[in-house]
Design a protein around this ligand. Structure first.
Ligand code: SF4
Length: 368
C-alpha cells in the first residue's frame, strides 16, 4: 500500500499518468454532460470563446443548474461579445440579478468592452486571458484549454476532489492546493486539453461526488490511491472555516399610490462597494459601517414588519429587518418610483428581492 502522495505521483509520472488521461477521455467520449455552452466531443465543431468565457464567469461560485437559464437568456439577448459590450450597464446588471457576486457582472461588462476595443477577439493564451477584467488564474486556464485547446492545468472544486482522492492527498484544503496543482499537471495530456479538463469536471460532478464516490463505475479506479486505501469518502480533508461574522441592517419599503397605481421607492446602490450600481430598497448603512443604524431615510409613520431576511455574503451574514411606510409627500432619497405590480422586473439582487417579497407578504395592501 502506498504511503504518500509523492510516491503515487512518481508512480503516475512513470506511465500511469498517460493511462489516466486515456481512460478519462474515452469515458468522456461516451458520458460527457450535455451543457448549453459545451461542444460535444467528436462533433467537429469549434467552441465559441465568447460562450466559453461567459459560462466560466457565470459558473464561478454558482452551480450548473443555477447558471443554465441565465446563460440561455444572456446569449439570446446578447449573442456576441460585441452585443454584450454595447448593452447598457443597467440591463446587464438586471439580467444578472439573482446570480449573486455582482462584482462578476461589472467585470463581465468591462471585459466585453475591453475585448471589443482590442478588435473583438478573445486572447488565446492563459497570459492574455489573465489580463482581462474578472479573469483569474482558474478561469484563464479553463478558457485557454476549452476554447483554444491549449494545454493548461485546470483545477476547480470538482478537480480538487478527484485529484485529492486519486493521489490520496491527506493535507487539508486549502494548504493542499499547490500539491493538487502539481498532481493535476502530471496527469494533464498535451492533446485534447479542453476535453480532459471537462472530463475531470464531469467525473467530479457525476462519479467522484462529494458524499458517495461511485468507485465501482469509475473509469480510473485502478489508478486511485484513495480507493485502494479505503479513504475516498473522507477526502479531500478541509481546514474548518471560521464562523462568518454577523451584521444587522434595515431595509425600508416606502410606498405611494393605491390599487394598480401602487409604487415603491427604489434607489441605485453606490457605484462602489457591495451590490454596487444595483437597484435596491433604501437601507441603513449596513454595507459600509457594519451594523446599520436603523434610521429611516424619511419622516413617516413607520411600521416594523414581522419579517426579516438573512443573507450570506462572502465575509459576513446579514440579517435585515424590514420597515414600511406610506409616503406622505416629504423629501425622499434620490431614486425611482417603481410599480409594485412589476417589482419582479426590477432586477433586484437576491437580498432585496427577498426583502421586497417579505414586505409584500406582511403588508399586502400597503396599509398604514
Ligand atoms: S476510484 Fe472512487 S475515489 Fe477514486 S477517482 Fe474514482 S470515484 Fe473518485
Amino acid at each position: 500500500m502506498k504511503a504518500s502522495s509523492e510516491m503515487t505521483l512518481s508512480d503516475k509520472d512513470g506511465g500511469g499518468a498517460g493511462a489516466i488521461a486515456r481512460l478519462l477521455l474515452r469515458w468522456y467520449d461516451d458520458h460527457a454532460r450535455s451543457l448549453p455552452w459545451r461542444i460535444a466531443p467528436g462533433s467537429g465543431e469549434s467552441p465559441d470563446p465568447y460562450r466559453v468565457w461567459l459560462s466560466e464567469i457565470m459558473l464561478q461560485q454558482t452551480t450548473v443548474a443555477a447558471v443554465a437559464p441565465y446563460f440561455a437568456e444572456f446569449t439570446r439577448r446578447w449573442p456576441t461579445v460585441a452585443d454584450l459590450a454595447a448593452a447598457p450597464d443597467e440591463d446587464v446588471l438586471a439580467a444578472w440579478a439573482g446570480l449573486g457576486y455582482y462584482a462578476r457582472a461589472r467585470n463581465l461588462i468591462a471585459c466585453a468592452r475591453e475585448v471589443v476595443a482590442a478588435g473583438g477577439v478573445f486572447p488565446d493564451t492563459e497570459e492574455g486571458l489573465r489580463a482581462l477584467p474578472g479573469v483569474g488564474a482558474y478561469t484563464a486556464a479553463a478558457i485557454a484549454a476549452i476554447a483554444f485547446g491549449r494545454r493548461a492545468v485546470v483545477v476547480d472544486a470538482n478537480v480538487e476532489r478527484v485529484v485529492s482522492r486519486l493521489f490520496a492527498i491527506r493535507t487539508p484544503l486549502p494548504a493542499s492546493k499547490p500539491e493538487i496543482r502539481t498532481a493535476t499537471d502530471a496527469i494533464t495530456p498535451e492533446d485534447r486539453a479542453g476535453d480532459f479538463a471537462q472530463a475531470m469536471m464531469d467525473l467530479g460532478a457525476r462519479v467522484c461526488t462529494v458524499r458517495e464516490p461511485a468507485c465501482l463505475i469509475c473509469p480510473i479506479a485502478n489508478h486511485c490511491d484513495a480507493r485502494e486505501q479505503g479513504i475516498a469518502a473522507i477526502l479531500p480533508a478541509k481546514t474548518p472555516k471560521k464562523p462568518r461574522p454577523e451584521r444587522t441592517g434595515t431595509a425600508f419599503w416606502i410606498e405611494r399610490g393605491e390599487g394598480d397605481a401602487r409604487e415603491v421607492l427604489l434607489v441605485s446602490r453606490p457605484a462602489k462597494g457591495m451590490l454596487a450600481g444595483m437597484r435596491a430598497l433604501p437601507s441603513d448603512g449596513w454595507s459600509a459601517r457594519g451594523d446599520g443604524d436603523g434610521v429611516p431615510p424619511v419622516n413617516a409613520h413607520w411600521q416594523v414588519l414581522e419579517a426579516s431576511v438573512t443573507h450570506g455574503f462572502t465575509h459576513f451574514t446579514l440579517t435585515m429587518q424590514l420597515m414600511a411606510a406610506r409616503h406622505d409627500g416629504g423629501d425622499v432619497p434620490e431614486g425611482e418610483w417603481w410599480p409594485v405590480a412589476r417589482i419582479g422586473d426590477a432586477g433586484l439582487p437576491t437580498l432585496f428581492a427577498r426583502a421586497a417579497a417579505g414586505a409584500l407578504a406582511c403588508w399586502p395592501d400597503g396599509d398604514d
